[in-house]
Design a protein around this ligand. Sequence first.
Ligand SMILES: Nc1ncnc2c1ncn2[C@@H]1O[C@H](COP(=O)(O)OP(=O)(O)OP(=O)(O)O)[C@@H](O)[C@H]1O
Ligand SMILES: [Mg+2]
Ligand SMILES: [Mg+2]
Length: 491
Amino acid sequence: MEYEAVIGLEVHVQLKTQSKMFTRAPYAYGHEPNTLTDPVVLALPGVLPVMNAEAVRKSVALGLLLGCEIAPVCKWDRKNYFYPDSPKNYQISQFDQPLCLGGGVEIEMLGASRNVMGDHRTVKLTRIHLEEDVGKLTHFANDSLVDYNRAGAPLCEIVSEPDMHSAEEVFAFMTAIRNAIVGAGLSDCDMEKGQMRCDANISVRPVGESKLGTKVELKNMNSISGVRNAVAYEIKRQTFAMKTGSETIVQETRRWDPVQQVTQSMRMKEESHDYRYFPDPDLMPVEISPEYIEAVKAELPEMPFDRQRRYMEQYDLPYTITSVLCPDRELAEFFEEALASTDGKGTAKAVANLIVNELLRDLSAGEGEGRVPLSESVISPAHIGELVRITEEGVITKQIGREVWAEMSKSGLMPSTIVEEKGLAQEPGGDDGLEAIIAEVIADPKHAKAIGQFREGNAKALNSMVGPVMKATQGKANPAEVQKLFRKALE
Ligand SMILES: Nc1ncnc2c1ncn2[C@@H]1O[C@H](COP(=O)(O)OP(=O)(O)OP(=O)(O)O)[C@@H](O)[C@H]1O
Ligand SMILES: [Mg+2]
Ligand SMILES: [Mg+2]
C-alpha cells in the first residue's frame, strides 16, 4: 500500500515592538537574564495587564499580508497550565475568537534546475492569533535555569491547515513566511534567537484515505533546514511503522535531536481542554474597524513573489537574478535605488549583475561572523549606479570597471573620483597612440599565424591580439574600437 504524509505547522513569531504584550517592560534580545522584567511579567499580586496596541497593529498587518480575514472583534483567553516558564500559571492567548481567520501562504517549490522557476501553490492557513511568549528554561543534569526576559513578548501564532505533504513544502512555507514578515518589518524571524519557532504536526495515511491519521507534534527545531530535516525523518519513521507494523503511532510530542538527526518521544500530548481556557477578566475584547484595517493595508509592502514577477516583467531580469534579489526586501530596495541613480543611463541587468555577482560575493567573503551585512556595506547604491552609468557611457571599459570596483570597496570613494584621480578614463577612439600600439602588435611575429587566419576569413582570429593591446593600454582601450582598428589596419 502507498502512504502519504499530511503536515500542518504552528509557527510562532515574536513581533518587533518596543515593549511587551501587556506591560511596559522592554522587549529585546541578548540582555542579562531576568533584567527585562517588571511586576506584570513576574505576576506579582495586584498587577493588571494593559494591551500593547502596536502589537495588535503588527498582527493585523501580518494577517493582511497573508490574506486573512481580520475579525471585527477578538478577545483574550487564559490558557492555564503549571510550568516554571510562566510565573502566573497561565498564558494570555486567544482561544475561540482569534484576530485573523483563514488566509494562505504562496510557496515556491524547487524548479527543474537553478535557473527555472518552480511550481507555485498556496498553503491554506487556519488562523493567526496573538499571545504572550513564555520564559526560557535551560536544563542541566540536576537543575534548570529560568530567564523571564522574553516572557510576555508579543507572539503571533500562525496555524496552517493540514495542507502540506512533504518536507520540501514545509521548507518552502517557512522560507516564504519569513521573507514576507522580515520584509514587512514585523519581526527579524531569527530562529537561533527564538524569534521564530515552529511546531510541525505530522501524520501519515494510505493514499486515497480522506480521514487524517494520528498526528505527532515535533518541537525544538532552530533553523528552517532543521525543520525540513526533522519532518523528513518523521515522515520516514511513520511510513515505515505503518508499512511494517513495527510500532503503533501514538499522539505525542517528539523532540528533534539535531546532533543525532532523529526525533525522540518527549511526552504524550495533552488535549486542549486540559488548558481550561476561559476569557481573561482583566482584558476587554478588541474591536477592529474597517477604517483601521484600510489604514494598515495602505502601509503594507509588496510581497516577495509579487516583486519577483514584477522584476521579471518590468526589468526583463532572468529568474536566477530575481530569485536572489527579491526574497530580501532590503536587497531589492538597494537594487532599485542603484538603478534609479544611473539617471536612466544604466540597464537593470548591469546593475543587478553587479549586486548579485560582485557585491554579494564581497559581503559574504568572510564566512559566518566575518559576513558583512548589507546595511554596513562600503559600497552604496549610488556607487553602483555611477559605476554602471560611466561604463555604459563609455567613460571606462568593463575591465577598468573591475579595477574601480576593487578601489571603491577599499576607499569608499565614488567611481568618477577614482577614475579622475588615477587617470583611468578611456583613450578617445582612433587615437594615434592606440594605432601605434596596434601596429606594433601586428608587427610582432608571434601574431603572424593569427593574421594569416584572419586573412583567410576567420574573424575570430583577431581576439588573441586584443589582449596585448589591452595590456599595453592598461585596460583603457575600448575592445570594440581595438577590433575595428585591427580590421582597418589589416584589410
Ligand atoms: N492529523 C493531523 N495530521 C497532521 N497535522 C494535523 C493533524 N491534525 C491537525 N493537524 C495540524 O496540527 C496543528 C494543530 O494546531 P493547534 O494550534 O490548532 O492545536 P494544538 O497543537 O493542539 O495546540 P497547541 O497550540 O497547544 O500546540 C494545525 O497546524 C493542524 O493543521
Ligand atoms: Mg497551537
Ligand atoms: Mg500544537
